[in-house]
Design a protein around this ligand. Structure first.
Ligand code: ATP
Ligand code: MG
Length: 420
């Protein structure tokens, strides 16, 4: 009796070699855009103290209430696989005294995150995000730049049917006042609301805007709007962000019902969706979180950031990304017989030292099969090593030239230069 086969856990997936080129291209585009704007790469641990997310994401959020992978380690500490990247980055910012650096400190990451959710297309239990955070400035230009960078990334990836929704939540104070007015409105209409929303009137009334329940939608259509009640300062900040986005030609829709899933947002919030996605239409989003660093024990530090889902960007991306080619092969070194192996191996090493992408026969194939294999790999040239001699074959033209095996690399560099 054979053992049952072990499969990848539900909601996870393997990145197979055929999917690697598209992901690599996505990463290199993200790097080029973000590093070009002065964002520096950061990576934080895959798990953190549970307390970090409880405090930093917020007790009332879906993430903390039902989506975290939390466990005790060998010494009884409660740890959690990171469900998001902003709280860990704030933790690192505080821990390494980055507030002493010239602000804003601009950081980006590409990492995997973990949430226990219902697995479906575009929704996984381990998923990947690229994200960007700018800490240390409340300048509206930080908000506009941050949003523009994600807009540029989505455009570069050819993500189709992109829409941007934008709003402002005001500061903690006006948000607090608004919260009470919204709660009063919800309590007044409690019997028309979905049970889920009703249960969370006190814990997280803003989430009522996310509900698709019919009765709740009707109640929310009449609800007071935070955007109409911003303080003069917050309204001015929002107007400045909009003016900059307008100047940059970024198109958006102001949506006063936009509520982000995390508790810590203040002022600007935004979300990109794509019509190319089904129910899971969110591609990426973020906002300003001026109180979070302080909440986590750091100095008062205004900050702004976003995260975008890799899987959803890949689903919604254009042709170019979908058809990203695997790594090129400049040279395949074939061997006439096993006596030629040592020289072939030296040629392989020399070709690589010269910066060529080179492979060599590694499976004892017949010469005919070696050539077929080189063709399958898409090798630009094949060198058939026979003793000290080599036949260099141009796989595109079919031309073949005999030379000393030691002259192959030189000839190839010349040939490739002529092509380029
Ligand atoms: P959703 O409303 O789809 O649950 P969210 O508001 O929870 O998204 P964020 O926490 O803002 O998402 O994360 C930013 C992006 O990360 C999302 O727009 C999405 O592209 C991606 N993302 C979030 N959760 C998942 C998941 N479980 N699987 C795949 N991608 C995800
Ligand atoms: Mg979610």
């Amino acid at each position: 009796l054979s053992e049952p086969r072990i499969k990848a856990p539900r909601g996870t997936y393997d990145v197979l070699p055929e999917q690697a080129p598209a992901r690599a291209l996505l990463e290199s585009r993200a790097r080029a855009i973000l590093e070009g704007a002065g964002y520096e790469r950061i990576e934080t641990p895959a798990f953190e103290a549970t307390e970090l997310f409880a405090r930093g994401v917020g007790e009332s959020t879906d993430i903390v209430q039902k989506e975290m992978y939390t466990f005790l380690d060998g010494s009884g500490r409660s740890l959690t696989l990171r469900p998001e990247g902003t709280a860990p980055i704030c933790r690192a910012y505080i821990e390494h005294g980055m507030h002493k650096l010239a602000g804003p400190v601009k950081l980006w990451y590409l990492s995997s995150f973990f949430r226990y959710e219902r697995a479906q297309s575009g929704r996984y239990r381990e998923f990947w995000q690229v994200g960007a955070e700018a800490l240390g400035s409340d300048d509206p230009a930080v908000d506009a730049e941050s949003i523009l960078l994600l807009a540029s990334l989505l455009a570069e990836l050819g993500v189709e049917g992109v829409r941007l929704r934008l709003s402002s939540l005001g500061d903690a104070e006006s948000r607090g006042e608004y919260r009470e007015r919204l709660q009063a409105h919800l309590h007044a209409h409690a019997d028309e609301l979905s049970p889920e929303v009703r249960e969370r009137i006190d814990a997280n009334p803003l989430r009522a805007f996310d509900s698709l329940h019919e009765g709740t939608l009707a109640v929310m259509a009449e609800a007071p709007r935070l955007l109409d009640q911003l303080s003069a300062e917050d309204a001015e900040h929002f107007a400045a962000v909009r003016e900059l986005l307008d100047a940059a030609g970024v198109r958006y829709q102001v949506d006063p019902t936009l509520v982000r899933g995390l508790d810590y947002y203040t002022r600007t919030v935004f979300e990109f969706t794509s019509d190319a996605l089904g129910a899971q239409s969110g591609v990426g989003g973020g906002g300003r979180y001026d109180g979070l660093v302080e909440l986590l024990g750091g100095p008062p530090t205004p900050a702004m950031g976003w995260a975008a889902g890799i899987e959803r960007m890949l689903i919604a991306a254009g042709e170019e990304l979908q058809q990203a080619a695997p790594a090129r092969v400049d040279l395949f070194v074939a061997i006439q017989d096993s006596d030629s192996r040592t020289l072939a191996f030296e040629l392989l090493r020399d070709a690589r030292s010269a910066g060529l992408a080179a492979q060599m026969e590694l499976a004892g194939r017949s010469l005919k099969r070696q050539l077929a294999h080189a063709d399958r790999l898409g090798a630009r040239y094949v060198a058939i090593v026979d003793g000290r001699e080599a036949a260099l074959k141009d796989m595109e033209s079919g031309d073949q030239e005999n030379m000393d095996a030691g002259a192959v690399v030189h000839a190839l560099l010349r040939g490739l230069r002529e092509i380029a």
